[in-house]
Design a protein around this ligand. Structure first.
Ligand code: EPZ
Length: 421
């Protein structure tokens, strides 16, 4: 198994190019199921989760030509509608094939994703919404078996909670449904917007893109013809590099980024004492010599993203004073706390709130990654920890960060990927 060895204390400098967004690419790939024509996707991040979803499509019978950041997909040859446990258990986002498979083929079986390191993450809202659209759903043998032999019907869906994946599944299902679907309390993350625009550009009428209310007129079963798509920049990867600059008090530039998508992170970093030069697709960060503590509450877009909570916590461990970090989306997204404390951080956890007391020095140690963003938080802390830090179980990082160590190396970090002996 690989691990990362980082020797802390280096200043960062230079420019880093931000990759395409994993969480935008996954629903876009799933949505290609709504078509039987060729489509080319560009600016895909070169990460394991993308390869896993393409493998799933391939197992369903799709023809795929994938090379790092580009994939040509043709779903005209799909011959199976079963998403097997072996793939879904590797990546929860596989559940995104449920809506499009059911909409196009009138039936499908998708393994239940099960629990996750950051929380329970049920899919009840996806299933209830599909039932409201006329699907019959049965859970048997660990699989969701869904049927809508005469096609899905447009319906009014009111989500009890804002759900990114739930909104995406229902937008895809509604695109081929009979009649109009209204989604109230929809997610409006940039990744959801890219999916809606993709479906709109294929000729489906969608109103309310980027808002909490979407209205979608289905094609009554007619498959779509998508234009080629360039995946939007990864706002979480971008935010992570801004945190790397902040924690090391370094000035770096991010290229190929959308500054409007990371306003919440930029605003918190400004409160901490960082200033920015924002251009259309570039951001340069200028952190002050000492950073101030700040309180954070995670929420849906455009609020402060849960996917940046761990990385900000790493930065806050070295700010002078106390910060409160409240996690409102996932009940267990604090696995990084005890590992950060192993590096010398002073974090106390009570319920869904962490009190972070800044310390003068972090010290290198062996730490273990538990999920994707928790892993990047440990890497950030290691950038300033005195001595040598070994971050283990970095397969979590490989799922969602494109060439993390290569990019950090080019920014001047002393980092090496090694194999456990
Ligand atoms: C997406 O997960 C992202 N994943 C997550 O990114 C991100 O943390 C999350 O949205 C929130 O922004 C992808 O886009 C692939 P949700 P998703 O449905 O869609 C509850 C990362 O690090 N809920 O918006 O699974 C749920 O438990 C990852 O890249 C239900 O109760 O998140 C959570 O508390 C991790 N029932 C809340 O809603 C449901 O049926 C929001 O979850 C669905 C969700």
């Amino acid at each position: 198994m690989d691990y990362l060895e980082i020797i802390g204390g280096k200043k960062l400098f230079g420019t880093v190019t931000i990759s395409g967004a994993k969480n935008a690419a996954l629903p876009v790939i799933a949505a290609t199921i709504l078509s039987d024509k060729n489509i080319t996707l560009t600016n895909l991040p070169n990460v394991v989760d993308i390869r896993t979803l393409l493998k799933l499509l391939n197992m369903l019978g799709a023809t795929i030509n994938h090379d790092k950041t580009v994939a040509e997909i043709n779903n005209g040859s799909i011959s199976s509608t079963k998403a097997v446990y072996e793939i879904v258990s590797q990546m929860r986002a596989s559940i995104l094939v449920l809506g499009p498979l059911l909409a196009r083929f009138g039936e499908c079986e998708v393994s239940l994703p099960g629990g996750c390191a950051i929380g329970q993450r049920p899919i009840d809202l996806h299933l209830k919404a599909l039932e409201a659209m006329g699907a019959t759903i049965e859970i048997k043998g660990g699989y969701v078996r869904a049927e809508a032999k005469n096609g899905l019907k447009g319906a009014k869906i009111i989500f009890d909670k804002i759900t990114v994946g739930g909104t995406e599944n229902i937008v895809m299902a509604a695109a081929l449904a009979h009649g109009t679907t209204q989604i109230i309390n929809a997610a409006k993350e940039p990744e959801v917007v890219q999916l809606c625009e993709m479906i709109r550009d294929a000729g489906v009428k969608i109103e309310g893109i980027g808002s909490n209310e979407l209205t979608i007129e289905g094609t009554a079963g007619k498959t779509l013809h998508f234009p080629n798509i360039e995946i939007i920049p990864d706002r979480i990867e971008a935010g992570t590099y801004l945190c790397a600059a902040a924690i090391t008090h370094s000035s770096i530039t991010l290229d190929k980024v959308n500054p409007t998508h990371i306003r919440a992170s930029i605003s918190k970093l400004e409160m901490m004492g960082c200033s920015f030069n924002l251009e259309e697709t570039r951001i340069t960060i200028f952190p002050q010599a000492s950073l101030k503590p700040v309180d954070l509450i995670t929420s849906e877009y455009p609020g402060f993203p849960t996917d940046m909570q761990a990385q900000f916590m790493a930065v806050l461990t070295t700010c002078e004073g106390e910060s409160l970090v409240e996690e409102r989306l996932f009940e267990n997204r604090f696995m990084h706390v005890s590992e950060l404390n192993r590096l010398g951080a002073d974090i106390w956890l009570k319920g869904n709130t962490a009190a972070v007391k800044g310390v003068k020095t972090l010290y290198g140690a062996n730490v273990m990654a538990t999920d994707l963003r928790a892993s990047s938080a440990l890497v950030l802390a290691a950038l300033v920890a005195e001595g040598n830090t070994k971050v283990r179980r970095i397969y979590h990082l490989d799922r969602g960060y494109d060439n993390l160590e290569g990019k950090l190396l080019s920014l001047g970090v002393d980092i090496q990927r090694k194999k456990e002996s």
